[in-house]
Write a protein that binds this ligand. Structure first.
Ligand SMILES: C[S@@+](CC[C@H](N)C(=O)[O-])C[C@H]1O[C@@H](n2cnc3c(N)ncnc32)[C@H](O)[C@@H]1O
Length: 300
């Protein structure tokens, strides 16, 4: 089935899960990093750099052809499109995001690639019962990468997801714990550390939590899941490596927003970028990246 180009809100989808897909490009409640071309590019690069880890986790979660999978906080859909290739024509990916702009980009990408097994749903992942009707026990798996860290009520996602998953269905998550204390430039630079701390503080001020993976296993156990896998991927990057551009693109986009929101002064931004520039020119420098924790939980 082809994704609707001009979908009707709340109309049941003949293939199963109804949703509220959209082609609107206006974001009334913008995501903290924005939804512009720069962030779309950053998310695309980020996905390429982390797609190996994502695919390994999906294999471990036994996502396979014919499955119905929900991608929570899908963004412009870089992971969604990979998942759609795994589940194939007999399967389906339901891509949920609160950003109409990102969902429009996913719509355009899906059309360009002639992908017809993705359903876009506009909504808050903390209100899954409101944006997905009649999906009772219809899903084989769920995936959420770097979305829990932006939420103020992660348990509501789990509570909304549980009835949608089949018994034995799996949730796979990749997200942060100990972001603030880990992300470090070596040799250490105070200006860089200050920006990392301001980043975590700004997410917290909007209800997010860069430590969310520390809480998720407990929430899942309380909500009727068994955590069957946990691991951490700790990486570093050196100047000149592709991975060096993961933090670089992030800070290029985010430090002006930190200044705008009053978390740092313009002088702090300039000092941090100067520290980064110096490190980029120093072959002995490296950056310790934020640890990406992953888990797979099974619905009992
Ligand atoms: C860092 S991006 C990650 C995108 C995608 N999961 C990936 O790994 O490429 C975070 C995404 O979560 C979405 N998001 C944040 N809070 C949300 C919420 N409460 N409901 C739905 N989407 C949300 C944002 O719009 C954004 O697309």
């Amino acid at each position: 089935m082809t994704p609707a180009a001009t979908p009707t809100p709340s109309k049941p989808n003949p293939n199963g899960l109804p949703g509220v897909p959209t082609t609107d490009t206006t974001d009334s409640k913008p995501y903290v990093l924005g939804t512009g071309a720069d962030e779309t590019f950053r998310l695309g690069l980020q996905h390429r750099l982390w797609s190996g880890a994502a695919h390994a986790l999906w294999e471990k979660a036994r996502i396979q052809p014919g499955h119905r999978v929900i991608d929570l906080g899908c963004g412009p859909g870089h992971a969604t499109l990979d998942l759609s290739a795994i589940v194939g024509p007999m399967g389906r990916v339901i891509a949920v995001d609160e950003s109409p702009a990102f969902l429009k980009q996913l719509h355009d990408l899906s059309q360009a690639r002639r992908v017809s097994n993705i359903e876009r749903v506009l909504g808050d992942v903390q209100e899954l019962d409101e944006c997905i009707e009649d999906g009772h026990e219809s899903l084989d798996a769920a995936y959420a990468r770097w979305v829990f860290c932006f939420l103020n009520e992660p348990q509501k996602v789990i509570q909304g997801l549980r009835p949608l998953l089949k018994t034995g269905g799996r949730l796979a998550v990749q997200d942060y714990f100990n972001y603030e204390r880990t992300m470090t430039l070596a040799p250490r630079r105070e200006a860089f550390t200050k920006v990392v701390q301001a980043t975590a503080a700004s997410w917290r001020s909007r209800g997010g939590d860069t430590d969310v993976m520390g809480k998720l296993p407990g929430i899942l156990e309380r909500e009727g899941f068994v955590v069957e896998h946990m691991n951490v991927i700790q990486r570093m990057a050196r100047p000149g490596e592709t991975m060096w551009h993961w933090p670089q693109t992030f800070f290029e986009i985010f430090t002006p927003k930190l200044v705008q929101a009053g978390f740092i002064e313009e002088a702090d931004r300039v000092a941090a970028l100067e520290a980064w520039r110096e490190a980029s020119a120093n072959p002995s420098a490296f950056v310790l990246l934020p640890p990406v924790f992953e888990l797979i939980a099974v619905k009992k």
